[in-house]
Design a protein around this ligand. Structure first.
Ligand SMILES: [Zn+2]
Ligand SMILES: [Zn+2]
Length: 112
């Protein structure tokens, strides 16, 4: 099993690999999913049971806004992997589809 620090390295490496692929016009969602999965594993290991999809406010694309604010059991999120959003239309460096959504811990006694 990976330690927290090793997993953080893995997460960042996957994120950077995804960004390089995206900028080169290559498929990037696989690596970006590896990064998101590492984050979910990390949250689960810390005892987090539910996670919320966090988008980038008003600058998010419609596909990401549709997922934003949704709360999932960690296990469900790992199975379904709603992030990164496959249909994202956010433009980065003149290329379409760089999802910036993130998982955050949803605390049990907290409702918005
Ligand atoms: Zn988007
Ligand atoms: Zn997104």
């Amino acid at each position: 099993m990976l330690t927290g620090m090793r997993r953080h390295d893995r997460k960042m490496a996957a994120f950077e690999s995804a960004l390089r692929a995206f900028r080169a016009g290559l498929p990037h969602l696989g690596e970006l999913r590896v990064s998101a999965r590492a984050e979910l594993d990390d949250l689960r290991e810390k005892g987090v049971e539910r996670v919320k999809a966090l988008a980038c406010g008003g600058s998010s694309c419609p596909a990401c806004l549709a997922v934003a604010g949704q709360v999932f059991d960690v296990e469900t999120a790992i199975r379904a992997m709603p992030l990164p959003v496959a249909g994202c239309t956010h433009v980065l460096d003149r290329r379409i589809g760089w999802c910036r959504c993130e998982w955050v811990a949803q605390l049990n006694d907290y409702e918005e």
